[in-house]
Design a protein around this ligand. Structure first.
Ligand code: ADE
Ligand code: ZN
Length: 346
């Protein structure tokens, strides 16, 4: 087997992927038509034009706005699992960001139930497993974030359909000019209620935001963390504490426009510094990416060997929110398949 095929088939864990960012272009068009959302164009190469995080988010928000009911969420979730599994996905903790839908009158209960229904169908078909992370949208502010966490806590308490799949909360959307402290109360409630915590930090902001994610919001994982190496002390600390960073190298080029070429991405330097940095796609369908490409392109650009790539894949098991015995089993599965799939030299 050649290296690219082996990388495509290697079992992969993904911890930074927005379910809305997996929406197939054909599904965007279908849902927009069905739900009366006007698209400026139905051609994805025209629709998906952006030059930084904020212009990307305008497209992301438009795509999000096509999701009108439980069935739409179920379709999206189902397709996201099937599409991921085609590239070796075996376990994912996926974000959904319901602020705009809640603001428009949808109930979190229906969104979670729809997502869970679609994920379950996708799991049955592919054997992959998927959990959920409810992201707070920074653009909607701290009060809306707190309200979402309160509603999530109610759904869990009432054992509503799919609520057990939501392992934790996250924080995404625009970074610059937003104070992480605004979300402290929402994160504090989430932590008190046993929800796990992560947040997008350092995609377009300095390391002090990454530190705030850990120290102010109590996050045990950081999404992106791209700027971390600018603070050697924080780098050492997160490496020592094994705080995972869910890094999205190709997204940092295509969405945030923070890195010119993959060869210049700090991912290898992050790992060399001892950080538990994992590989992820972020918004694959909106950026014309997939998890297989993420691994293949990283291998080439960073000059990684097969064993390096298997180690990167296996380390992601430790960064999950599975319990330790399940983390171990997932790691073992990746290492065993890594042995079985070992490509022919060179
Ligand atoms: N929402 C979807 N993708 C995102 C990203 N890369 N950063 C922040 N918010 C997002
Ligand atoms: Zn993201």
């Amino acid at each position: 087997m050649d290296l690219d095929t082996a990388l495509e088939r290697l079992p992969k864990v993904e911890l930074h992927c927005h379910v809305e960012g997996t929406m197939r272009p054909a599904t965007v068009v279908d849902l927009a038509r069905a739900n009366g959302v006007a698209l400026p164009t139905e051609d994805p190469t025209e629709l998906y034009r952006y030059s930084n995080l904020d212009t990307f988010l305008e497209v992301f928000w438009l795509v999000q706005s096509t999701l009108a009911d439980r069935g739409d969420w179920a379709r999206l979730a189902y397709e996201s699992v099937v599409d991921g599994a085609e590239h070796g996905l075996v376990y994912r903790e996926t974000f959904f960001t319901p602020a705009r839908h809640l603001d428009a009158g949808q109930d979190l209960r229906d969104i979670v139930a729809g997502l869970a229904e679609g994920l379950e169908a996708g799991e049955r078909e592919t054997g992959a497993r998927v959990a959920l992370i409810a992201d707070i949208d920074r653009a909607y502010g701290g009060a809306a974030g707190l309200e979402m966490v309160r509603r999530l806590v109610e759904l869990r308490r009432d054992d509503c359909s799919g609520a057990e799949r939501v392992l934790g909360v996250g924080l995404d959307s625009t970074e610059v000019g937003v104070d992480p402290t605004d979300f402290a109360e929402a994160f504090e409630l989430a932590g008190r209620q046993g929800l796990r915590r992560t947040s997008h930090q350092g995609e377009e902001t300095p390391p002090s935001f990454i530190a705030a994610g850990v120290d102010v919001l109590g996050c045990e994982r950081i999404d992106h963390g791209l700027s971390i190496l600018a603070d050697p002390e924080l780098t050492r600390r997160l490496a020592d504490e094994r705080v995972p960073l869910t890094v999205c190298p190709n997204s940092n080029i295509r969405i945030a426009n923070r890195v010119e070429r993959l060869e210049l991405h700090p991912f290898p330097a992050m790992r060399a510094a001892g950080l538990l940095a994992t590989l992820n796609t972020d918004d694959p369908a909106l950026t014309d990416l997939d998890l297989g490409y993420e691994y293949r392109s990283a291998q080439q650009a960073f000059g990684y060997t097969w064993d390096d790539m298997v180690t990167v894949a296996a380390d992601a098991a430790d960064a999950t929110w599975l319990d330790p015995s399940e983390q171990q089993a997932l790691r073992r599965r990746i290492l065993d398949e890594g042995d079985r799939l070992r490509p022919d030299a060179p």
